[in-house]
Design a protein around this ligand. Sequence first.
Ligand code: UD1
Length: 406
Amino acid sequence: MHGELEVNGAKNSVLPILAASILNEGISVIHACPKLKDVYSMIEILEHLECNVTFKGRDIIVDATDVKDSEIPDNLMRTMRSSIFLMGALISRNKKALMSFPGGCDIGHRPIDLHLKGLRRLGIKIEESYGYIRCEGGRVRGSEIHLDLPSVGATENIMLAAVMAEGVTIIRNAAKEPEIEDLQNFLNSMGAKISGAGTNTIVIEGVKKLHDTEYTIIPDRIVAGTYLCAAAMTQGELTVINVLKEHLEPLLAKLKETGCEIQAGKDYIKIKCDKRPKAVDMIVTLPYPGFPTDLQPQMVSVLSVAEGTSIVTETIFDNRFKYTEELVRMGADIKVDGRVAVIRGIEGLMGAKVVARDLRGGAALVIAGLGAKGTTIVEEAEHIDRGYESIEKALKNVGGDIVRIM
Ligand code: UD1
């Protein structure tokens, strides 16, 4: 594959930011939005809450003047994991929230205990019964919260609930992902007083009122990383535009180990891979700035055709190797034991009929199919649409032989 690919705004930024838009009794204009299934699901929830939402070009305009309802029906909650951000947002806006447990990709156990524990520390009363969670936050008070582990979602949900609390909230052992800093910057652009996002201590000084805002979200580092892996898989040469190199350092380090040449500028990364990739000794997924779990499947696809044996350990989710069974159908030699995968690189994969069972695993199969001999059919590709905007068009434009047939 050869050519240039442009990346849109980050899914994991736009979803909490859209939820955050209901904090302001007015208008938020959000630029660089990706057209993804999860974004449309979040818009549907906002519309259910009586927001007026317009998606024009790359801009989403949310008018949240009339958010009176605080209840989200089960069918909307189940569309994605990120529906949980409405919990913190509704508490800030309406002092209450009623919702069921969120849905999301099946990549292992995904509890929300840390979200609830943090919100309780802010004085919010939470009752769980018959699959529903009822939150009452008559008086939300700032507090010190030490997260048992740096959960991205829990950090963001607590930030959302604490924006208008009385006093100061300090989140320790916070997650440090770039999308958390993006949420902080968006909230601050509306008048919130938050500092420290991107480090493990976040300080939120409660404010009384927010105001209208206009904001541009950061590029999607996971989509960019997926395209870089596609180049490594197919021994191609790609330039990925609208990407921040510092967000992708852990992947770039590993791609260099496989022998790819990487050159980066202010907003682009160029990758050139003209030989079979070399195996890498060890990849361990970790919270940011460690190797992202969301790029683990795509990297394993690359390593499945590398020279030598690689070991990949998944420490974030407990069932994130399911897609490897599909890679094995394509000829890959991968053994999984719990959280560890041993990948013995083979010379090349063979096309086969495979099934995408989750978002990133699905993207990994698309990459594998591009590099494989013969035709690969990826079924249930709708999982991929949750995080990639027309992946087939993006890859076809740079020489990938790929079509959507359903
Ligand atoms: C976010 C990302 C997702 C990414 C993940 C890890 C969004 C919208 N999604 O998901 O793409 O794969 O970070 O980088 O930003 N945990 C608990 N209790 C909780 C919450 C989490 O035990 O209350 C555990 C999870 O089971 C998991 C780990 O913490 O093992 C990390 O999860 P978390 O960081 O919360 O991921 P998400 O916010 O769901």
